[in-house]
Ligand binder design. Structure first.
Ligand code: KG4
Ligand code: ZN
Length: 344
């Protein structure tokens, strides 16, 4: 395998991001530049990401973000070996902006294009940050996804469970909204939960009794809303207690599911050392992290939590997924279509 330098572009949600990474001949990755611009300000007034506004902001900023990545890497665009961009799943307007830009660069520079599945980029990040070997189990918990995936190799994924309604980050964001905590909701809920009593309210633990690796957070969210309405008007302590009790319910669900998944891993892959990798913005949550750590400890498994800046959406993970595929001889045509939905 030759060494390769890859530009990665991410525009599938509310982060405009570009990065340059190098993958050496041993398969070891190095991040040379990683630039992310979050669109909090554009969407703040709407209490959630507005797809049309997101796409327009990507159009406005992507050129600058790519130029900034080149500056930080002290490289010209012509120095990269390939261009990778998220081609889905995600908000289609945004995906089109990033993918079309990547196609234009690939055509103008005569370099290979790599159209990347955003979920694959999350799934492979731990190999960039921690050199994790296949196979491993990944838990992706973000604003748009909550799923367990067995990562057997590049392009070889098996989904073990997913959410049947809301994503976990989405549940955090909605609870934050109910409690008037602002955006982004997850960090706000976690911060105020520190002052709260996690035992004051006993919220439901959805699907916990069922022998499947799926999640459901919609009923929990409704229980939180009904509780908040029942004791309204809420004072600061009430808000903290609700946040802490919600987080406790979620941590128990995620921890238990991780235990179940690691048990399955031991059954299906008895020869392999069990490794659980976390990805997505919710990986930043300390209470959930602690629940995952104890699940891993119990199973004798290794828990990998990449640096949080690489768990949330970024260009480095897209560049890395491109590098991994390029190393296997893959490349995509300039006619590759952007996909709003694209399961792994
Ligand atoms: O991966 P990400 O940056 O974007 C995508 O959804 O792709 O994840 C964002 C999600 C948001 O829902 C946010 O509220 C949640 O991750 N989040 C957290 C925390 N930090 C971010 N949820 C719980 N606790 C946190 N500390
Ligand atoms: Zn993501």
């Amino acid at each position: 395998q030759a060494q390769a330098t890859i530009l990665g572009i991410e525009t599938s949600c509310d982060e405009t991001a570009a990065a340059i990474i190098v993958r050496d001949h041993n398969g070891v990755g190095t991040i040379i530049a990683n630039v992310v611009r979050s669109q909090f300000d554009e969407h703040a007034a709407f209490g959630g990401v507005v797809p049309e506004l997101a796409a327009r902001a990507h159009v406005s900023f992507l050129d600058y973000i790519i130029a900034q990545a080149c500056r930080e890497a002290d490289m010209a665009l012509a120095d990269v070996d390939a261009i990778a961009a998220t081609a889905g799943p995600g908000l289609i307007g945004g995906v089109l902006v990033g993918l079309t830009t990547a196609k234009a660069l690939a055509a103008a520079l005569d370099k290979p294009l790599l159209a990347i599945n955003h979920l694959e980029a999350h799934a492979l990040t731990a190999r960039l940050t921690d050199n994790v070997a296949f196979p491993y189990l990944m838990l992706l918990v973000s604003g748009g996804h909550s799923q367990f995936v067995l990562v057997r190799g590049v392009g070889d994924y098996q989904r073990w469970g997913t959410t049947i309604d809301d994503a976990l980050g989405e549940a955090f964001d909605k609870v934050a909204k109910m409690l008037s905590l602002g955006v982004p909701g997850g960090p706000a809920v976690e911060a105020i939960a520190k002052m709260g009593d996690p035992k004051r309210f006993r919220f439901p633990r959805p699907l916990l009794r069922e022998a499947r690796l799926d999640f459901s957070f919609s009923g929990l969210k409704t229980a939180v809303r009904l509780q908040a309405e029942a004791i309204a008007p809420l004072n600061q302590q009430d808000i903290a207690d609700i946040a802490a009790s919600f987080q406790a319910a979620v941590a128990e669900v995620v921890g238990t599911r991780a235990r179940d998944a690691l048990r399955q891993f031991a059954i299906d892959l008895p020869e392999q050392h069990p490794t659980l990798v976390v990805a997505g913005g919710v990986a930043a949550n300390r209470t959930i992290g602690a629940a995952l750590q104890s699940a891993a400890d119990e199973a004798g498994a290794t828990l990998i939590v990449p640096p949080i800046a690489l768990c949330t959406d970024n260009g480095a993970m897209v560049a890395w997924a491109g590098a991994e595929r390029l190393a296997l001889g893959a490349a995509d045509g300039l006619d590759f279509t952007a996909r709003a939905r694209w399961p792994l």
